[in-house]
Ligand binder design. Sequence first.
Ligand code: HEM
Length: 189
Amino acid sequence: MGLEAICQPRPNIYNPDTPFTNQAIFTHMLLGGLVMILAPLQLIAHVRHDYPRVHRLAGRLVVLAAIVVSFGGFIYIVRHGTIAGPLMDIGFALYGALMAVAAVQTIRFARKGDVRRHNNWALRLLVLLAGSLIYRLHYVFWYLVTGGLWSNEQLTGPFDQVQYFAFYLPYLALLEIWIRRRKVVQRMR
Ligand code: HEM
């Protein structure tokens, strides 16, 4: 399969016989795009400190959109199934579950005024959101370097199977290490 094909939405996603599932997955893609634009705004300290209302409003939109994106993905997985079958279903469902949990925790701790936990969960949410881009970037680099070794059009090759989890789990693990190290350094001060 060519690199262009992996970067295109797959034609099998739309099915004229399942309008509800189509709506779920297209809402998913639309809000997914919106959240990818809005989420990085939350990292800008100047916006957080000088325009707290913008931070709060954008934060609520990001959280709500992330939850809808996750549920749109779940509906698609349950009613249609991913292109590659059960293992990809599991990888993507876990991704969606983690994203929904991170979104809820982010707003929950913000409302409680627990800034440290809010920040940590917001970072987890950002890493998960970035996963959608990282997934595609992994493919771009892999295809450029290997020409698509261990990958096929149905996304069932060994490389594809690693991808079902590799676009978010290693990055979440790295973030956890960073969060724990930062905590230790702060305690020592
Ligand atoms: C910001 C986050 C996300 C964005 C921008 C996004 C975007 C997209 C886009 C553009 C597609 C179209 C198809 C393609 O590229 O092949 C897609 C497909 C899909 N997404 Fe997401 N998505 C996000 C998060 C999620 C989450 C959290 C889940 C899990 C619940 C999920 C599950 C799926 C599934 C199952 C498909 C169909 C895969 C297949 O071809 O079988 N996505 N997404």
